[in-house]
Design a binder for this molecule. Structure first.
Ligand code: DAH
Length: 342
């Protein structure tokens, strides 16, 4: 009974090989060498033609049983190897997420932006909305509606960049006042931060591009007292309770009366120092009661409503705040400068 013995031998050989096998590839080779087209077991089945016809069914059954037994063994081993390989792979791929890495360099917020945030915080806290307007502006809003008609001498003082006859790079944030009065009904309480442009020279205190924060309040019975109270609150919020405002008469076509406002020097707290040139005060903004002519041009009944407006130079208060001596430092992007604000 050669076939039975062959079967036992094939089985034992395969078991021995399986014990040695450590990879799926080795397992595949074993599978092919036993069950494949040219495999040992397949050869036995092929050899069935040699045995007497009446023994064939019984032999066929034995061989098939062996085939199933060996297939099951192979499958079991395959599972085992797969599991092992997976464990090895997981070990190899494991990341130590606690391992310290190089920390990417984190940028700093620009000092102008730091001060702007404080200013906007202050005014939103007082109930103002933040509104923005276009940097390329129509002459109509930048000048005309602000009581600066064509040929008005004050236009020269603004060193305007003209885009064409009707369009300019806005020379101040005041046109946002006009736009807002035309689009909203009183009561109006807004601040408008933004970039402005003037054909100025470049030096320690001048730049052709800088920033302003415009303010506008329109309601019934708004007085100069409200203006003073608002700006006092702003000064104290930003620089401390001992800081006060000082109003000096001035002129702007869009306000009447107009004032320039100084704050107690926040360097010497009013005693007089180099920063305030010994005066104890520092000029920070222009303001006034909105000219009734402007109200009317912007569709607001000046017999019923009044208002105040102000324009703060952002660079100026930033420089004073941080003791920055030269405005150019704020635009050059020198990391040695910017890193100090981290
Ligand atoms: N627009 C003025 C300027 O750029 C600043 C200013 C002054 C704005 C008085 C105002 C204001 O709203 O009332 O010089």
């Amino acid at each position: 009974m050669g076939i039975r013995e062959d079967l036992v031998r094939i089985g034992e050989e395969m078991r021995a090989q399986l014990n040695e096998a450590t990879t799926s590839q080795q397992l595949d080779q074993i599978r092919v060498s036993v069950l494949g087209k040219k495999g040992a077991l397949t050869a036995l089945l092929r050899g069935m033609g040699q045995i007497p016809a009446e023994e064939r069914p019984a032999m066929g059954q034995i061989i098939n049983e062996k085939r199933e037994e060996l297939t099951a063994l192979l499958d079991e081993k395959q599972q085992e190897l797969k599991q092992k390989e997976k464990e090895i792979r997981l070990q190899k791929e494991a990341l130590d997420i606690t391992e310290p890495r190089d920390v990417p360099e984190i940028g700093a917020v620009h000092p102008n932006q730091l001060v702007l945030r404080e200013v906007l915080d202050c005014f939103t806290g007082l109930g103002f909305d933040v509104v923005e307007g276009p940097e390329i502006e129509l002459d109509h809003y930048n000048f005309e509606l602000l009581n600066l008609p064509k040929n008005h001498p004050a236009r020269d003082a603004q060193d305007t960049f003209y885009v064409d006859d009707n369009m300019v790079l806005r020379t101040h944030t005041s046109p946002v006042q006009a736009r807002t009065m035309l689009s909203r009904k009183p009561p109006i309480r807004i601040v408008c931060p933004g970039r402005v442009f003037r054909a100025d020279e470049i030096d320690a205190t001048h730049s052709p591009v800088f920033h302003q924060i415009e303010g506008l309040v329109i309601d019934e019975n708004v007085t100069m007292g409200d203006l003073k109270g608002t700006l006092d609150a702003f000064a104290k919020k930003l620089y401390g309770a001992d800081i006060t405002t000082r109003f000096r008469p001035s002129f702007f076509p869009f306000t009447e009366p107009s004032a320039e406002v100084d704050l107690t020097c926040f360097n010497c707290r009013g005693k007089g120092c180099r920063m305030c040139k010994g005066t104890g005060y520092i000029e920070v903004l222009g303001c006034g009661m909105v000219n009734p002519k402007v109200l009317e041009m912007c569709g607001i009944d000046s017999t019923k409503y009044s208002g105040f407006a102000f324009g703060i130079g952002l660079e100026r208060i930033t420089m004073l705040r941080y003791g920055i001596q030269d405005m150019r430092l704020m635009y050059e992007g020198d990391l040695r400068f910017l890193r100090q604000f981290r």
